[in-house]
Each structure stands twice: as C-alpha cells, then as structure tokens.
Design a protein around this ligand. Structure first.
Ligand code: MG
Length: 323
C-alpha cells in the first residue's frame, strides 16, 4: 500500500513540473516511509525535498493516467503529469527487484532501490548521504520481514482489470510408456510409467507455457523450443518457463495467475501439488498462491482413461506492467 501512496505523493510533489522525476519519487517515498531515511544526511548530499500538497487524493484511474501519461476517455479535468524516462525505469527496476527477491509485492524499499539504480547522480547523492548499495540491500532484507505490501500489478497497472488483463489457454498431452520418469509440474512423481517426449515431457509445464505465450501473443511452445533442436533434448521443462520471463519483460507483461487441470487415470497427483506449485512459481517468479492446480481422471474413457496418456489444460492471466 505504501509504495502506491509514495507514487501518489510523488505526483503531488511534481505539481509544478512537466514530469515526475526521480527527486519527486524520493519525496513520495520519504513522505510515506520516513524511517527508510533515518540517520541520513540528505541535505548535505544536495537532496532537498519540495513540499507536497496535503489534500492529495488520487484514484486508481488517476494513477493509471499518471503511469501512462495520458487522459482516459471521459476524464477531462486534472493536469496530466507523466513519469520521466528515469522514473519509469525506476518503477520497472523496483518491480524486477521485488520479483528477484521472491517478494509477492513491491514495497517502498524496492522503489527506493529502483530510484537508486535508475540514475547515476541520484546514486552518488544517496551514497554520499549514507544510503549506498549495502544499506539498500540491508533495507530490502528488513522489508522481507515487514508487513508493508502492495501487489505488483496493482502498482503498475492501476487499470481496471477488464481492460488490462489478457488470457491465454494451453493444452498438452503425452503418451505414457513403461520405465520412464513421470515429471509433472517440475516434480518427479513415483510411478511405473512416464511420458514419451523430446524434453522431460512435463505436460503441465508445457500447457502453462502455451497459455502464457498465448496471452502474450507470442505463438506457441514449438516456435520457441522446437523439438528438432538438440538443445532441448531431455531438458527440464521448467527452463522453458524461466525463459518466458525475459520474453514477457520485453512485452511489459506480468503473469498474475495460472489455473490448470492435469488429467490422468493414475497416479494420484493431489499430494504433489504443493511441491509442483512451489517449483512452477519459482520458475515463473510468482508466488505459489498465484498458481492453482486441479487433478481429474478421465473416468476410464479414451486413451487418457485407459492410462495410455496424460494431459493438461492451463489458463494464464497476464497484465500490463504499465511500463
Ligand atoms: Mg508437450
């Protein structure tokens, strides 16, 4: 919550400016999390905080306009103040950092770190004031144990869900053969049969991969990881999911939720779901709670019902990171 408020305050501080600059973001962070700046000598480092209007009220819609630097239909009043390129970069870095740390949300400390890394002058000034990289790292560690939180997509999109969300569907099936490892969702499940495939034949990871690629408009798994390429022979399919993260970054998209169904007659997969969710979440830089898994049998019907194959369906929800 505080991170979002910090951007609101930054906008207020930039009222007399043409753009929201890094110094305004610093003002916003200082406003909502003064403890991060404790013991710092910002003045002697040349960082002066301009005053902020205390009557500021910013709605989610305004926040979106602010991020996108444009007015939405029907919104004629209020002057738009776009983020400067560096500020945009700072928010992007904050998003990346929180994901790298495995945090489910972006905090003021991530924003501060984003500002720190987005501009050399600010970095030098902050270092001079005592907020160098070690201090930032220590604050990030402290943040992990704190309660302050704000989900990444709320901070970065602010757009009503119906307009910013994209959905993708994925499906996969592999024949099962005796004496092969059964890998589902990145986890080896004890069983006497396993999938026939070029990679590890992980139907769940493949279905999720296709769902994410579909939502991003980036084709399908065969385009990115052709089974004619020896590079992917026997590869763990979690690598495919990890590879997606870079592709999504380029498109300014983030995965916000995955829902999937695995269909097989045997073995029972439910007990392995917690481990699968952990593994998939790690590969996609998500929180396990953002991945939902379900298991079905095929009631003895068709190849899947006869135990000759395993299949998976997945739906991925993506949102614009707003950057
Ligand atoms: Mg497959």
């Amino acid at each position: 919550m505080k991170a979002r408020q910090a951007v609101f305050w930054a906008r207020s501080a930039a009222e007399d400016d043409s753009q929201i600059h890094l110094r305004h973001l610093l003002v916003g962070i200082h406003q909502v999390a003064p403890d991060l700046f404790e013991k710092l000598d910002l003045k002697s480092a040349g960082i002066v905080f301009p005053p902020v209007a205390d009557s500021t009220r910013i709605s989610g819609l305004t926040f979106f306009r602010l991020l996108m630097g444009r007015t939405l239909p029907g919104e004629k009043h209020s002057r738009e103040i776009p983020l400067s390129g560096e500020s945009r970069n700072a928010l992007h870095l904050a998003d990346k950092l929180s994901r790298t740390l495995g945090a489910r949300s972006i905090g003021t400390v991530h924003l501060l770190s984003g500002v720190f890394h987005a501009d050399e002058i600010t970095r030098e000034q902050l270092s001079r004031a005592g907020l160098g990289e070690p201090a930032i790292n220590a604050l990030c560690e402290k943040y992990e144990a704190s309660e302050e939180s704000q989900s990444a997509h709320e901070i970065f999109s602010g757009l009503p869900a119906a307009r910013s969300s994209r959905c993708g569907i994925g499906y996969d099936l592999h024949r099962l053969a005796d004496g092969r490892k059964l890998i589902v969702g990145g986890i080896e499940v004890p069983f006497d049969k396993g999938p026939v495939g070029h990679s590890d034949g992980d139907v769940l990871a493949h279905a999720i991969c296709d769902a994410v690629l579909g939502a991003a408009g980036l084709g399908d798994i065969g385009t990115h990881f052709p089974d004619t390429d020896p590079k992917w022979k026997g590869a763990t399919s979690l690598l495919f999911l990890e590879h997606l993260r870079g592709l999504l970054d380029e498109q300014h998209l983030v995965v916000t939720h995955i829902d999937a169904v695995v269909v097989c007659e045997r073995p029972k997969l439910g007990p392995h779901f917690p481990a699968m969710r952990e593994a998939l979440a790690r590969a996609l830089a998500l929180h396990p709670e953002e991945i939902n898994l379900k298991a079905k049998t095929n009631e003895g019907v068709d190849a899947v019902g006869r135990g000759e194959a395993i299949a998976a369906h997945a739906v991925a929800t993506l949102e614009s990171s707003g950057l």
